[in-house]
Design a protein around this ligand. Sequence first.
Ligand code: PDD
Length: 294
Amino acid sequence: METVWLNGKFLPAAEATVPVLDRGFIFGDGVYEVVPVFGSHILRFEEHLRRLGQSLAAIYMQSPHSDTEWGAIIDGLLERNPCGRDRSVYLHVTRGVAPREHVIRAPLTPTVFGMCTPIPERNYDTGLSVITHADIRWQYCDIKAISLLPGVLLRERARRADGSTEAVLLRDGVVTEGAASNVFVVSAGAVRTPAKSNHLLPGVTRDLVVELLRGADMSCSEGPISEAELRTADEIWITSSTMGIAPVTRLDGKPVGDGRPGRIWQTADRVYQEYKLKVSANTAPGPGLNRSAR
Ligand code: PDD
């Protein structure tokens, strides 16, 4: 049975319970991280923990654990859940249990939860179908908040529209991101992704892709992508820790480019897969993983 981490202990998922007055349950008052693990290598460990720290600080919380402690929690979850080669570790921190009152009365003891799930093998041979949608979310999308109802509804809209996987979001005529991914477009050979702002999550995969493209002498610029640019793009990709770089081949039911995963996507994905292989080959299995291998 799946083993999870809850407030200092590893225990079977079925035995892990949280009080109903937890502010995570009542208000969605908390933040989370999804950390991908390939083989035994935790990809971009420091970057994920840094973003967790930023999300916590943005909601007036301190990290309940040091990086070393987080590392031990992740290692413990991986050891206890041998559920496949590639896995993701979900870390979730809420403000804790308190009488239901909007205002925050410090100090509270945060609730800390962690679990490990397999990352399924992806087949991007035909690419993904996505819809466009108005970005109906709030103004703090750079916080990885657990209150995900807008994201849930957007993905459901995509599914109900035409079985699409993702909704690419438009705010004031420009692309922000996907409901649970970042967006890249390719036009006339140039790769572009929206610049970081409060309207999108600073994706760890996004940053890695930008870095890898530049390292491979492929241009990648960060800046506004208009709706017109999105609709006429030769290629569209979406990225996340669990999807990697996914080619989009249908946008609102119409083909993107020639309707097949693009040539530049193929190169970007190859560079990304090679990078994952390289870092996981440099990592010794077991506790105390070589997390900072680049
Ligand atoms: N989501 N934007 C949003 C809104 C996201 O929820 C995610 C990831 C991303 C991509 O970020 P990263 O590359 O760091 O995974 C962008 C995760 C995977 C989730 O909620 O399951």
